[in-house]
Write a protein that binds this ligand. Structure first.
Ligand SMILES: O=C(O)CCC(=O)C(=O)O
Length: 273
């Protein structure tokens, strides 16, 4: 068995059931320090040499830096994809034979950054379809809800509703007018079953792409809030480009209906022979 197939630890039957029921679990100590150091080095590189996507999605004047598909440019993130326990963790929750890397994404909020991530779910604006998809969100700094830890609406991945993406103006084309507006969750917080966790670096949130989630700005005056989202797909996920979905950088060579795969979406389990 290759290293990446060995999860740092096995998830319990109870954790797997909670993932299915709630749409999210917090896995403590999912990534050892070695991997945290590599991700931090990758974040430093993304800061000093932003990619063209990073330039577009970041709002550095407001204390927010983002980037996507970092693994294609940076060996630190590349090794997280191919050699870290994340593929093995995804394997356990996906219940799929193959585990394919979908994409990685950075969300860095500087101390005091008033940049909330509005409530949203992910799958509606991705150019893929299928249900075997999971995101793993790893903070590199201690987080609480007020320092921009993620918050979730428990069980909302099972709702039949499909909501509009909520994106900054430059991404307005991703807002599909045929989809519903999200309810105003913050105005009626007691009507929802909300979940959040105080987390340490290396803990991971493992969540379904249809669960509604969001985060506040970073109210800490001293601590950055750096986080990596690592997204994975299983056997049933196919390329499904539609209007109002996220553009993909580069030539992936996929036709509509093709299973996710190829050089831009590497299958990590089973490892290439
Ligand atoms: O880190 C954040 O604030 C947002 C993360 C998120 O929405 C995601 O990973 O899907």
């Amino acid at each position: 068995m290759a290293d990446q197939e060995k999860p740092f630890r096995r998830l319990s039957a109870d954790e797997l059931q909670r993932f299915a029921d709630d749409g999210v679990i917090c896995v403590r100590d999912a990534l050892p320090a070695l991997w945290l150091r590599r991700i931090e080095a990758g974040i430093d590189n993304a800061y000093s040499k932003p990619s063209s996507i990073g330039d577009i999605v970041s709002m550095k004047d407001r204390g927010f830096m983002g980037d996507l598909f970092m693994w294609m440019r940076d060996d630190n993130f590349r090794s997280v994809v191919f050699d870290s326990p994340l593929a093995g963790l995804a394997h356990q929750v996906l219940g799929s034979e193959r585990v394919t890397h979908w994409y990685d994404q950075l969300f860095v909020k500087e101390p005091g950054a008033e940049v909330p991530t509005p409530w949203h779910h992910d799958l509606t604006f991705w150019p893929v379809s299928g249900r075997q998809i999971v995101s793993i969100w790893i903070p590199l700094d201690p987080v609480t809800r007020s320092s921009s830890g993620l918050e979730y609406v428990r069980g909302s991945h099972k709702w039949p509703n499909r909501y509009k993406a909520i994106t900054p103006d430059f991404n307005a084309y991703m807002v599909n007018p045929e989809l519903e507006d999200l309810p105003d969750i913050d105005a009626h917080r007691s009507d929802y079953d909300l979940l959040d966790w105080n987390m340490q670096p290396g803990d991971a949130l493992v969540f379904d792409p249809l669960i509604i989630h969001g985060s506040s700005g970073n109210t800490s005056t001293t601590t950055r809030r750096r986080a990596l989202a690592s997204r994975w797909a299983g056997d049933d996920v196919v390329y499904n480009p539609r209007k109002h979905t996220m553009p993909l950088p580069g030539d992936h060579g996929l036709e509509p209906g093709d299973p996710l795969g190829g050089s831009m979406f590497p299958t990590v389990i089973p490892a290439a022979g």
